[in-house]
Design a protein around this ligand. Structure first.
Ligand SMILES: Cc1cc2nc3c(=O)[nH]c(=O)nc-3n(C[C@H](O)[C@H](O)[C@H](O)COP(=O)(O)O)c2cc1C
Length: 199
């Protein structure tokens, strides 16, 4: 939590593809979160981070603070460490989420535990639905709490204009997601302060 009593929110851009659409979605989500008023918002762009596919021998689950991450990953790790809540912005690649996102997830463990994660997805006809279903399974393994209300943007190439969705209901759906995320961020932060989570 920041000095102003707001929850620290990391909005993660999951795609790193050349010409990607992800930053447009993340920027709109970040604006919605700032307008919501409950969050200090930090956009975390995986394309700016060093995220090798080859992991160290040990699991981050057991290595704790001493996990040997590359220097170029430090900004990512510290953003995840400092976050009270996450919004993962993900496209759908072959009925799942991008490898860049899985790699970023797998290099960390405690950073996710006992924290809430919401999803905003986009893609073709399915709007990222398969990607989000897979991510919900992954984050359960990491002891994170996934937020029920998500946003999905099917056929985003016709559904967005000038950096925002054309659907006039979209800001209302975003507010529902952010209200739920803020509630869980507060509840879980209080609980983490009372007793360390036994992950
Ligand atoms: C390798 C690849 C596989 C894709 N597979 C799917 C898919 O299974 N379902 C879907 O709705 N869209 C699919 N798409 C379309 C993407 O969702 C769309 O290109 C989106 O812009 C990708 O996000 P990005 O621009 O942030 O990389 C795929 C795109 C790529 C590059």
């Amino acid at each position: 939590m920041g000095m102003d009593n707001k929850h620290t929110l990391a909005v993660i851009i999951g795609s790193v593809r050349e010409g990607r659409f992800g930053p447009v979605v993340a920027s709109w989500v970040a604006d919605q979160a700032r307008a919501h008023g409950g969050f200090d918002v930090n956009v975390v762009d995986l394309a700016q981070m060093e995220i090798p596919l080859a992991l160290p021998a040990a699991s981050p689950k057991f290595a704790g603070e001493n996990y040997p991450r590359p220097a170029g990953m430090a900004a990512l790790t510290s953003a995840l460490d400092g976050a009270d809540a996450f919004v993962v912005v993900t496209p759908e690649y072959n009925h799942s989420y991008p490898a860049s996102l899985k790699a970023a997830v797998d290099w960390h463990f405690n950073q996710w535990a006992a924290k809430p994660v919401a999803f905003v997805s986009y893609g073709g006809a399915a709007g990222g639905r398969h990607a989000v279903l897979h991510l919900e399974n992954v984050f359960a393994e990491l002891h994170a709490v996934t937020i029920r209300d998500g946003l999905a943007f099917p056929n985003y190439y016709t559904a967005w204009q000038d950096g925002r969705p054309l659907d006039p209901e979209a800001p209302g759906y975003a507010k529902a997601l952010l209200d739920q995320l803020a509630w869980w961020a507060g509840a879980l932060r209080s609980a983490r302060e009372i007793a360390p989570y036994p992950a």
